[in-house]
Design a protein around this ligand. Structure first.
Ligand SMILES: CC(C)(COP(=O)(O)OP(=O)(O)OC[C@H]1O[C@@H](n2cnc3c(N)ncnc32)[C@H](O)[C@@H]1OP(=O)(O)O)[C@@H](O)C(=O)NCCC(=O)NCCS
Length: 361
């Protein structure tokens, strides 16, 4: 057990939880987002649950109420350390206090305090769909250490992947750079097409489109079931905030209908390079949708990221795709011979395309 202390962290004060917090704890623990991501909490969560939590708090390794201006805004704690000096952190923030860096500030303060107390590692686990909690980990100076598949059981019995993070003494504690910032307002649009983060609701449309013969002919690695594609859609927020890739639904701006998929993948920060890949549902072809979509994405990337080379690769026979790239400002760079694994077991040549960041952006 670590000493019961009061920690001051910017505008926050972390102190032992007490009876005066019961009402706020009950409201916070009944909140739908809390219930969604903390499936081991009782549901519904009553006063007796809050009182039992308060009784057990002094026995925890460390348990704090997070307060601002004297009022409860959340909780943060550490489980008992393992024999190697590693302890796991958990936190939750009241719905009325979210989005104001409460968790990020508290997580950083408790991690630094715990390391000062002699712990060797502070660990943190965030479900792959819990983008807010993933952001907290990066902001609090934790490093990503891996992905534990099916590690968590949700209330409906589905198993979810968990991303693990750690902070150790030699870490600088600097917040990890967000190489791919989120879209301002959550989407991009030019009035004709709309690009939104592709999500679980798009899984069936995506799955159907990818198996359409004219799409499948030019796609690599299509063995997946609908369940595999659903799992993929649940990871897209994590891929984005971890800087690995951007996965988008292309929508008809007028109706919101799913028109296709566009990705910025193979992100290589060292080279300032990423690759675009895309597919359009047949009913939406021939209207310039993908040219608009690629253009929107590339212009966003040059204005908001350090990327300077956006590349693409196409099959030599895919003339529609060549037109999209030419119209979206790409130039043809060359051919990689026998690159793409084709459906008949041979390898097709890959025509390479490039759009370079303009010098003045
Ligand atoms: C996770 C949780 C503690 C975050 O608390 P918080 O005080 O709002 O966190 P912060 O304000 O420090 O940071 C949240 C970040 O996530 C971002 N965010 C929140 N929801 C998001 C979403 N759906 N998509 C993308 N980003 C999102 C915020 O913009 C913010 O990032 P920024 O500072 O770069 O703008 C809070 O959402 C919560 O209590 N959730 C329920 C319980 C829970 O999940 N606990 C953690 C279990 S691992």
């Amino acid at each position: 057990m670590l000493p019961r202390q009061v920690i001051s962290a910017g505008p926050l004060v972390l102190r032992p939880p007490s009876a005066e917090d019961v009402d706020a704890i009950v409201r916070t623990c009944n909140d739908p987002l809390t219930q969604r991501f903390l499936p081991l909490l009782p549901s519904p969560y009553g006063r007796q649950d809050a009182e039992a939590y308060l009784k057990s708090a002094p026995d925890q390794c460390a348990e704090f109420a997070i307060t601002r201006d004297g009022a409860y805004v959340g909780a943060i704690g550490l489980r008992a350390p393992d024999p190697h000096g590693s302890a796991e952190m958990g936190y939750l923030v009241a719905p009325w206090a979210r989005g104001r860096d409460v968790a990020g500030t508290a997580a950083r303060a408790v991690a630094e305090w715990a390391l000062d107390q002699g712990l060797q590692r502070v660990e943190l686990q965030a479900e792959v769909e819990n983008v807010a909690s993933l952001r907290v980990a990066y902001k609090a100076g934790f490093s990503e250490e891996g992905r534990r598949r099916d590690a968590k059981v949700l209330r409906d019995g589905r198993r979810a992947d968990v991303v693990t993070f750690g902070r150790v003494h030699r870490d600088s504690g600097e917040p990890a750079e967000q190489y791919l910032p989120l879209f301002p307002g959550g989407e991009l649009s030019d009035g004709v097409v709309r690009l939104t983060p592709i999500a679980i609701e798009d899984a069936a449309d995506y799955h159907r489109m990818m198996r359409e013969p004219s799409v499948a002919a030019y796609s690599v690695g299509l063995e997946g079931t609908l369940e595999d594609d659903e799992r993929r859609m649940r990871s897209t927020g994590y891929w984005w905030v971890s800087g690995q890739r951007v996965e988008l639904a292309v929508r008809d701006a007028a109706s919101g209908a799913f028109a296709g998929h566009l990705q910025l993948a193979q992100v290589a920060p060292m080279f300032g390079q990423a690759m675009v890949g895309y597919s359009l549902v047949p009913e939406f072809r021939g209207r310039g949708f993908m040219t608009r979509a690629v253009n929107l994405l590339v212009e966003w990337a040059f204005a908001n990221t350090a990327l300077r080379r956006i590349v693409a690769g196409t099959d030599p026979s895919n003339l529609a795709s060549h037109k999209v790239l030419t119209r979206a400002g790409f130039s043809r760079e060359g051919v990689q011979r026998e690159f793409f694994p084709a459906q008949d077991g041979t390898y097709a040549d890959d025509v390479e395309w490039l759009r370079l960041r303009p010098k003045n952006v």
